[in-house]
Design a protein around this ligand. Structure first.
Ligand SMILES: [Cu+2]
Length: 343
């Protein structure tokens, strides 16, 4: 009785759980983003190919199953009939047909597969060149033509083709933004080309899809396909001259701490800070998140991150402020005050 009751209740709850899951999946930028909802020409080309293969394979499967079903029923053993059945010497037209039809279908699949593969394998004219470098556990973006460097949040002009050259500074990673196109390996010592493009402005989730260490799951990225004016505003922020904080302020004290403890790993454009093992922090405050999507960017989270990032990101390669870097709480607040001037 109790068991029956439980089962009935679970059955009654199922639609509610499904609805809740649906509602939750509708929140914020969709992660990881579905290849079934392409938002640009490369992704659409790949989905069309998938659709064509499904139709062809589905038609073949259905035809074979129908013929099989017919044969099983039509030529089944009947009660009282012990004969071996008729000896069929072969039907030429049938044999020609079942050779020619699959051959035709293979050609139908091969032609678009090959043309699409070759099309997607080379840069589209007028593309924006960005070098993508995978690091444990974040993405570095170097805009080769614009001379900009940033991390984790890739701003691009909407609808412009991207000419990405993907590589790695350490282990194998894999770069994937499902709604904009295929994925590609980020391998040390190699530069793999990837063409992505959006139809228009939008925000697209991406991530590392090659298990690369303890915080592989915290190696997210976001592509911002900006309108021309939004992209220009972002570019202007990243290239404007560095303005040092006013002498005597908390931020000024923080900048000295930064020079001593952080600049060996982090660069800021227009300063003497040129570290390259961690993300470039130029215009840091324009980002929505820190730690490759790990925490929302705000003062409290910056303090927590600098205090000990490994609390949020296991195996993180940034040393803890409180531990290894031997900073006091007051020093951490000062250095965060400096970070907050980076915009
Ligand atoms: Cu990775």
């Amino acid at each position: 009785m109790g068991r029956r009751h439980g089962r009935a209740r679970r059955a009654a709850e199922a639609p509610a759980v499904a609805l809740l899951a649906l509602a939750l999946s509708g929140c914020s930028v969709e992660r990881p983003g579905s290849v079934l909802a392409p938002a640009g020409p490369a992704a659409r080309m790949e989905l069309d190919l998938l659709g064509l293969s499904l139709v062809v394979v589905g038609a073949i499967s259905a035809a074979v199953l129908l013929v099989l079903l017919y044969i099983v029923v039509r030529f089944r053993a009947r009660p009282g009939d012990a004969s071996e059945g008729a000896d069929n010497p072969g039907v030429t037209w049938l044999e020609v047909a079942w050779t020619a039809v699959p051959a035709g279908l293979l050609v139908l699949l091969a032609v678009p597969s090959l043309t699409d593969t070759f099309y997607l394998a080379k840069p589209v004219a007028g593309g924006m060149r960005v070098t993508v470098v995978g690091h444990q556990y974040w993405w570095e973006y170097r805009y080769d033509d614009l001379g900009l460097v940033t991390a984790n949040e890739l701003h691009v002009p909407a609808a412009r083709p991207l000419d990405l050259r993907v590589t790695s500074a350490d282990v194998m990673h894999e770069f994937w933004v499902p709604r904009l196109g295929g994925k590609v390996d980020a391998a040390p010592g190699r530069r793999n080309f990837l063409y992505l493009q959006s139809d228009g402005p939008g925000v697209f989730a991406g991530e590392c899809t090659q298990l690369c260490g303890a915080s592989h799951a915290h190696m997210l990225t976001t592509v911002y396909a900006d309108t021309p004016s939004a992209f220009e505003a972002w570019r202007a922020e990243l290239t404007k001259p560095f303005s040092p904080p006013p002498p005597g302020s908390a931020a000024a004290r923080g900048m000295q701490i930064f020079a001593a403890k952080c600049a060996s790993c982090h660069a800021i454009r227009g300063t003497a800070f040129k570290g390259a093992t961690g993300p470039d922090l130029t215009a840091l405050m324009l980002r929505k998140t820190i730690g490759a999507g790990t925490l929302e960017l705000n003062r409290e989270n910056l303090v927590r991150w600098v205090t000990d990032a490994s609390v949020f990101k296991p195996g993180v390669l940034m040393p803890s402020g409180k531990g290894k870097l031997a900073l006091t709480d007051a020093q951490i607040r000062d250095v965060v005050a400096f970070l907050e001037t980076l915009r």
